[in-house]
Design a protein around this ligand. Structure first.
Ligand code: CA2
Length: 140
């Protein structure tokens, strides 16, 4: 059974509660139920972790990064600031796909640089929550 974890960073616990015009109207917990349903017949076990704390995200990457088959990572704004997160992604064995709900390239200039892109297997941006599904599909 393939083990894939979705990891969301800062503020993504607010999904479905604020700024629906940018991030949509669904909470991530609702979306996870939908996603698990989509892959119910696939040989994949999906799990989810969210934290607003950089160190907790690093700890989770270290914890699962040597035994999971894939990680789908939306690091939120830490994408644009965190060399520590990029180092963690580079250090682990599991392939990581960077996902952004919004098309960061249509937004402010400071969202157009990612420290983690260069150490990820690939990137999916701008497809809303469907980006997570596409990333899981790739691992399956
Ligand atoms: O588009 C994305 O997925 C982002 O990673 C989301 C981050 C942002 O800093 C990145 O530049 C792009 C922000 C997450 C904030 O999420 C909210 C969700 C709902 C309401 C308010 C904020």
């Amino acid at each position: 059974m393939l083990q894939v974890m979705i990891i969301n960073g800062p503020n993504l616990n607010l999904l479905g509660r604020r700024e629906p015009e940018i991030y949509g109207e669904d909470t991530f917990e609702d979306f996870m139920l939908h996603l698990k349903g989509k892959f119910v017949d696939s040989d994949v076990e999906l799990s989810y972790f969210q934290s607003n704390h950089e160190g907790e995200l690093l700890d989770k990457l270290h914890e699962i990064g040597f035994n999971y088959d894939g990680i789908v990572l939306n690091a939120g704004a830490l994408t644009h600031t965190s060399i520590a997160l990029a180092d963690a992604v580079a250090a682990i064995e599991a392939p990581v796909i960077e996902v952004h709900i919004s098309n960061v390239h249509k937004r402010e200039a400071f969202r157009q640089h990612s420290y983690i892109s260069a150490v990820c297997e690939g990137l999916i941006v701008g497809f809303g929550l469907r980006g997570y599904e596409l990333a899981v599909q790739y691992f399956v």
